[in-house]
Design a protein around this ligand. Structure first.
Ligand SMILES: [Zn+2]
Ligand SMILES: [Zn+2]
Length: 469
């Protein structure tokens, strides 16, 4: 058995203990503090819901993050068990001060330890909320001020008399019954807490809003740093979130076309202009033709965009020209202009755009942009100046095999570039560029030739693939 995959003695002991759930829960009363973390990991990976709930109740640290632990399936079941372990009792009613756990972090794929071992100057957890008036920091500061002024907390002031806790979570609003059940469970938990549980949603994805508007009442928009909204009327987006003070990533997808015109668009621009720290903007299937100048004019904060995605936005040549002249693009790490009909004649605005982002750009997507052989000739010199580039995605463009070989020979000189998604050359299709008419034999010959050229260039670290593959 591989040394890395062999279970440790601790894991074996944990599994043995967890095989008897009542005994495991009983053992928590006397479990040494340092054994909580390995036992939590084992219980989590084994989906031991009852044990997890019991562990949250007696968790001996201030914070608990699931971090990089993966919930493989039915995540709501595990999340409910963990949230159910949170207890809310008046701080004065327990001589020991009540439960120790103050921050339960259910966000997945966050690079952090299960618990923070060091305190920051203001807080005991690196991830605690710093934006909401209902955060532990704000509530405890108010409590300290009240004590300094010798104000006795009243029964009707729950934030002061009760020990506060934070639940850090990423939420998705969709139409599935399980999501509805989970969200109403969360809502009832917040209500039961008499105001002492702060539901701190950092990432909110909305695929269906109509059945979940009441959830917004218990969310503080100040906490949201990433918002993704799909298929919602533009006016609704701006009215649902009048203030998103700390948003750094916004993605709007498939916003109904007719809702993007007239006063709605002007209101949207005003709203967007207030997002002072926005760094990532993704508008997909959004009617933007000849309006990019208006969009960029409101993004004038000192924080520059690091990611701009405008696929399927019907961009005009004027829009690309405006982009190439904007000071907002000069710090972009990621640029996606896929599925726009870009004009490739004369000295290109796109070429100028590439030159302007050359110092920072790491990821470029220009799928289905009518990039022809002559367009490639124009953009290749500018592309090679983008020395930070890690990935280029340019599928579904009408190029020939010789242009593709020429592209490969140039791109293999870029040492940081590791991934290229290339367009299938036109000769592989029997009719136009229709996927249905793709000749697999010809495509296999193309792949073999590109692999051969990669070997000749000694770039086995580079991946060249078609899309989708
Ligand atoms: Zn922490
Ligand atoms: Zn918060």
């Amino acid at each position: 058995m591989d040394r890395n995959t062999a279970p440790t003695l601790m894991e074996c002991a944990g599994k043995c203990l967890l095989s008897n759930v009542p005994a495991a829960i009983k053992a928590l009363e006397i479990l040494p503090k340092h054994l909580f973390i390995p036992l939590f990991k084992t219980a989590f990976l084994g989906r031991q819901k009852e044990v997890l709930k019991a562990m949250v109740k007696v968790w001996p640290f201030h914070c608990l993050h699931i971090g990089t632990l993966k919930i493989q399936e039915r995540p709501y079941d595990i999340m409910e068990a963990l949230v159910d372990g949170l207890q809310f009792i008046p701080a004065q009613s327990s001589p020991s001060g009540g439960p120790k756990l103050r921050i339960l972090d259910l966000r997945q794929n966050i690079e952090c330890r299960i618990t923070c071992s060091y305190r920051t100057r203001r807080a005991f957890c690196f991830h605690s909320c710093v934006y909401s008036d209902r955060s532990i920091l704000e509530v405890e500061e108010a409590l300290n001020e009240a004590q300094c002024l010798d104000v006795v907390p009243s029964e009707t002031d729950p934030g002061v008399t009760w020990k506060t806790a934070e639940l850090l979570i990423n939420l998705t609003f969709n139409s599935t019954l399980r999501t509805k059940r989970f969200l109403s469970f969360l809502k009832s938990k917040v209500e039961q807490s008499s105001g002492s549980l702060h539901l701190c949603c950092r990432y909110l994805q909305i695929n269906q809003i109509s059945v979940h508007t009441n959830m917004l009442q218990i969310l503080d928009p100040a906490c949201i740093d990433r918002l993704e909204v799909n298929r919602v009327h533009l006016r609704r987006v701006t009215s649902l979130f009048p203030q998103l003070k700390h948003l750094d990533s916004l993605k709007l997808t498939s916003i109904p076309y007719q809702s993007c015109n007239g006063p709605n668009f002007e209101i949207f621009l005003t709203w967007l202009g207030k997002l002072d720290i926005l760094q990532e903007l993704n508008l997909s299937f959004f009617c933007l033709s000849d309006r990019v100048h208006k969009l960029l004019s409101v993004l004038q904060s000192p924080i520059h965009l690091t990611s701009l995605s405008l696929p399927f936005c019907d961009l005009s040549n004027r829009d690309i020209t405006v982009l190439s002249q904007s000071s907002q693009v000069t710090h972009l790490k990621r640029l996606n202009l896929s599925n726009n009909l870009i004009f490739w004649g004369g000295r290109e605005p796109f070429q100028i755009l590439l030159e302007r982002v050359s110092g920072t750009l790491q990821h470029l997507e220009i799928n289905n942009c009518q990039v022809t052989d002559s367009a490639l000739e124009i953009i290749i010199p500018a592309l090679t100046q983008c020395y930070q580039l890690r990935a280029i995605v340019m599928a579904l463009n009408p190029v020939t095999m010789s242009a593709l070989e020429n592209l490969l020979q140039t791109l293999t000189t870029m040492v940081n570039l590791k991934r290229v998604v290339y367009p299938i050359p036109a000769h592989c299709y029997e009719e136009g560029n229709f996927p249905g008419s793709l000749n697999r034999q010809k495509l296999n010959a193309v792949k073999a030739q590109l692999n051969f050229l990669l070997q000749m260039a000694r770039r086995s670290d580079m991946s060249w693939t078609t899309y989708p593959e």
